[in-house]
Design a protein around this ligand. Sequence first.
Ligand code: G6P
Length: 368
Amino acid sequence: SAAEKGGYEHFMAKEIMEQPKAFRETVFPRIHEGRVALDELTVTREYLEGLDKVCIIACGSSYHVGMAAKYTLERLLRKNVEVTLASEFRYCDPIVTHRTLALVISQSGETIDTLAALREARRLGARVLSIVNVVGSTIARESDDVLYTWAGPEIAVATTKAYSTQLALVYLIGLCFADLLGTIGRAEYDEIVAELLRIPAKLESILEHREDVQYFASIYFNHPSIFFIGRNIDYAVGMEGSLKLKEISYIHSEAYAAGELKHGTISLIEPGTLVVALASYGKLYEKLMSNVVEVKSRGADVLGLTTRTHAEAMAKTVDHVIAVPDTHPMLLPTLDVVPMQLFAYYVALMRGCDIDKPRNLAKSVTVE
Ligand code: G6P
């Protein structure tokens, strides 16, 4: 009913709009006087020092959180982080020992492949830390430690607020472990914590400007095929943007690490192809823009996503720019993903798709 949807036309719209609140509820109670306190965890410094790697295991959008988490956790912890699709994990003879931490990410806590992979990781000796939304779910019960995303029930098949809160917990885990390991300096720690506290307000400001994204969707909703390009964390967000679009609008799309374009995909770029260029990561802004120039010169329409810092410059090269507020570079995916969700939503809306229940998809996949 309309009441259940909080006045919105779809659960997906409601859940997109709930993200500032979901982020706040997931993060704020776990920060005390400027320090991350994950009281739920039993992990010790000795354990972390003995770790040789972190294996992230997940499916779908949760896997995309894992892709972003790899960049973040490797940078913070200086440990190897592998990200494996749960459906592949069991069948790839994974190298897992008691010195492996399995980080399992799942909204529902019931995805069968993720659960099976968790069991396999444990059998091989790993300790399991899971990030789960549904309290008391099977994955939560079978993990050594659980951190809950306090996103509340997610009804739309295409996940939004679960993605952002999973990412939020990755940051908290990264900060907490880096602090225990001594791999982060005080100044950077303080800066990231301060920025985490500012994220909900920044999310709100993005959501206030959602009509800009709706306008871009109205221009591009009939494109038969869309490419998302990015580097580093922008690539990780591009994968999620592409998946959201495919799931609910049924438009074929692909996410590409921008540097890989010339190894194949660029042959598909022709006049009128839409490329969504994610260029929020300042360090690689120029590198990404060189790829944008390549696709522009082949006639692509380019919708850019960047921070306010680079918005004006980017607008000179691309057709339209969506700007998100600046933040610590590590936290950019939490902001970047929102315009991507909105874009998918509005495109699907204009195409008349069944947004909350896309064809052939289930909210939770409990059969292999
Ligand atoms: C399904 C859903 C996706 C979700 C994936 C993993 O495919 O449609 O939105 O990302 O399962 O689900 P989980 O509950 O394990 O995060």
